[in-house]
Design a protein around this ligand. Structure first.
Ligand SMILES: [Zn+2]
Length: 269
């Protein structure tokens, strides 16, 4: 595993970088995470606790910076406590452990609801008939908008279950995806060749996954991923970090693609 960040994520050299370092040091002092709170977070997140010592230290550093840059806003009578914010931050920072936080720069506010939010939806079917229905959302990410999470679903996502469900990783993968322009299953990549390769591997894995779901196989990746390729990207990354062994077994090529992109190999932990 390489610990060097890819060039396209690097901050500019010289004065700006020095200013950045100074700001970062101030933020780390301001948002230092107390030992007991960090231990509690690791106890709650087994897939974070299995990181080695140096990765844990880097994640803790990223969490401090994340908490410094983001604002949590509880609604519906929910108060976002320090330990709640940290449990969200640790899961949000896990995918970008090597990539850094710049990819999350497009938004500041994280809105936390006590429960899932019911959103009105409209769909037009093949015959042109309009169907109105309600969908319960456990989270929502928008390009450059606030990110929404339902706390009850965040809590469910900390458990290791047969089919992976982790709303925090899910929504932050949409943010990473959106950083390349559109939420379309393709994250920021360094060049055309990398983008073409990504699309080729992702499309093949997605087609196989949809077939498996249609055939009624039990997949480790949430079958919700069959909705659209960008949803498949999000649920596959959940599985990559939470159930890496079964996920590697389910989709070897996609696993390898993620190892290269995230510069992490969770199955080796
Ligand atoms: Zn989604």
């Amino acid at each position: 595993m390489s610990d060097a960040s890819p060039a396209w994520w690097r901050a500019p050299a010289g004065l700006l970088a020095r200013l950045g370092t100074w700001r970062e040091r101030r933020a780390l002092e301001r948002r230092a995470i107390p030992d007991d709170l960090w231990r509690l977070t690791l106890a709650r997140l087994p897939f974070v606790a299995r990181l080695d010592e140096s990765d844990q230290a880097e994640l803790r550093r990223l969490c401090s910076l994340f908490l410094d840059r983001k604002e949590f806003h509880g609604v519906g009578g929910l108060e976002v406590t320090d330990d709640m914010a940290l449990v969200i931050a640790a899961q949000a920072c896990l995918p970008v452990l090597r990539l850094g936080l710049d990819v999350y720069a497009g938004f500041v506010t994280i809105v936390v609801h006590p429960e899932g939010v019911v959103a009105p939806r409209t769909e037009v079917d093949e015959d042109g008939v309009v169907h109105e229905y309600e969908e319960e959302l456990s989270g929502e990410a928008m390009s450059n908008g606030p990110l929404m999470l339902a706390w009850s679903d965040v809590q469910d996502g900390t458990e290791l279950i047969d089919t992976v469900f982790n709303v925090v990783i899910h929504e932050f993968v949409h943010v990473i995806d959106a950083a390349a322009g559109a939420i379309d299953g393709v994250p920021p990549l360094p060049d055309r060749a990398a983008r073409d390769h990504w699309i080729e591997v992702m499309d093949a894995a997605y087609a196989q996954f949809c077939q498996d779901v249609d055939d009624g196989y039990e997949t480790v990746v949430d079958p919700y991923g069959a909705e659209a390729v960008e949803e498949y990207f999000a649920v596959a990354v959940e599985a990559f970090f939470i159930e890496p062994e079964p996920f590697r077994h389910e989709s070897r090529a996609l696993y390898e693609l993620f190892v290269g992109y995230f510069q992490q190999d969770p199955a080796a932990r």
